[in-house]
Design a protein around this ligand. Structure first.
Ligand SMILES: [Zn+2]
Length: 470
């Protein structure tokens, strides 16, 4: 075992004490050899059944099956989905729920986000727990509560417990498609703007920071995103830190029962494009890559809002009343944009839950002004420059500009308004809107080409050749 594996193991052991469902986590080279031991610790005396798809069975499922058969008395034949272009859709949950009902065995999910989410919900529907063998460092949902499943045309989070055990073999992760590990890297680096948003919500008394969940995600985050080149090249240490960071984020969500520790405005952009069924070249871009563009957008907005003199603004109730759009007008605007009644209703419900009157806003803005001298340096310490994120995304072969995931600049501009309607979560998008600086900031972001100009396109290539790592 190398030093970094020991460090990861020790940090995860400490983190596990905060989790309420997950009891065992193993990350390391050749970790699959320990799958039977983990199963016995999690589910003594139970039967095992491997759940995989054709690709994940090839990547790790076959080996998992062999180790289990060699070391356990009761292992059923594997259940392998043979579906082309498989996604986490309800029809597969129904099929897997039915299958699990027919067998008396504990599912061992072998896969990435899709297989994990399908198994998580199907096991829960059979009142069973499960464990997962991770095949790519692609998402932070492995250890999170809830499964993200498309049902009725919409991606929805279904409440269900996290796995009892999680095993990640670094040799398997290094063989995963490079792009999948880049998705995970993008989802992990998103915790930087997400953390800044939580600082704002905490300061304004809207959603308090939970110190345990905060420390799990933010504590070692900077170390875990340090080496995008290593992630791209399948380096063991870089992947070990990446999967550790993703597992930690999931544990934080598990401990808090909320995705707040891992998600802010950057995820609202991604959810907006999900709800609009955005596709690029006929397929939906990955969650991680949508979040990457959301993170760039969020950091660009931080760069515009933070220099503003928000402490010396003399807010007047009359001025706020005259500009503050009523709930009815907002609802009309949303319904005129989304002709699909189900989509419109979903958004309107979120907006209603988040809506405040001009009088409440007046008080909030006074509070913000008073807090700003103290809040601003905290936010400056939390965020990283837009260009640093863009560079890192380039080094990991992720998207650097919205067009890379099929989002035109005009649409991204528009998304700055609509993203904040998608969740009740309070973020920088709300601050910019409520302080009435959104329009100015957005027009600055989209003029002059400072953020997505062709001039900056090749910056990461220069850094790469000089082997610069932040
Ligand atoms: Zn995410």
């Amino acid at each position: 075992m190398q030093r970094f594996e020991i460090d990861t193991r020790d940090r995860l052991q400490i983190a596990l004490k905060k989790a309420d469902t997950t009891q065992h986590i193993q990350v390391g080279h050749n970790a699959i050899q320990g799958v039977a031991d983990m199963f016995k610790q999690c589910f003594p005396g139970k039967r095992a059944v491997v759940i995989a798809d054709v690709n994940t069975f090839k990547a790790a499922g076959k080996q998992v099956q062999e180790v289990l058969e060699a070391q356990l008395d009761m292992v059923l034949p594997p259940h392998v989905f043979d579906v082309e272009d498989m996604h986490a859709e309800m029809q597969h949950v129904d099929a897997l729920t039915e299958f699990l009902r027919s067998v008396d065995a504990i599912p061992v999910a072998v896969g990435s986000g899709t297989i994990n989410d399908l198994t998580k919900l199907s096991a829960y529907r059979n009142h069973r727990q499960y464990m997962v063998v991770v095949t790519a460092a692609s998402v932070d949902g492995y250890t999170a509560f809830g499964a993200s499943i498309t049902a009725g045309g919409f991606k929805q989070t279904f409440q269900c417990p996290a796995p009892r055990g999680v095993l990640a073999d670094l040799d398997v992760l290094s063989q995963a498609p490079v792009e999948m590990n880049a998705w995970g890297y993008a989802d992990l680096i998103a915790k930087i703007p997400a953390g800044a948003d939580w600082i704002i919500a905490d300061a304004l008394g809207i959603e308090a920071i939970d110190s345990v969940a905060w420390e799990l995600v933010q504590g070692p985050l900077r170390d875990m995103i340090r080496d995008p080149v290593g992630v791209r090249s399948g380096d063991g240490k870089a992947l070990c830190l990446l999967i550790e960071g993703l597992i930690m984020s999931g544990l934080a969500m598990q401990s808090l029962g909320s995705s707040r520790p891992a998600s802010g405005a950057e995820h609202q952009f991604s959810h907006l494009w999900d709800i609009e069924h955005h596709t690029h070249h006929g397929i939906a871009p990955s969650h991680g890559f949508k979040v990457a563009i959301g993170s760039l957008s969020s950091l660009a907005l931080y760069e515009k809002v933070l220099p503003m003199d928000l402490q010396n603004r003399n807010w007047s109730l009359g001025e706020i009343q005259s500009r503050w759009v009523s709930f009815d007008q907002t609802e009309k605007r949303i319904r005129s944009r989304y002709s699909d009644e189900t989509v419109a209703q979903q958004i309107v419900d979120q907006v209603r839950a988040k809506y405040i009157t001009a009088e409440v806003l007046f008080k909030r803005l006074q509070q913000l002004s008073a807090l700003w001298p103290e809040l601003k340096p905290r936010l400056e310490a939390q965020v990283i420059p837009f260009i640093e994120l863009k560079t890192k995304l380039g080094l990991v072969n992720g998207p650097e500009k919205p067009e890379d995931i099929g989002i035109e600049l005009t649409r991204l501009k528009d998304s700055f308004e609509f993203a904040r309607y998608i969740r009740t979560r309070y973020t920088l998008l709300d601050v910019a809107h409520e302080t009435d600086v959104m329009e100015t900031c957005v027009s600055q972001i989209f003029s002059g080409g400072a953020y997505w100009s062709s001039k900056n396109q090749d910056s990461h290539k220069v850094l790469e050749s000089e082997d610069v790592i932040f």
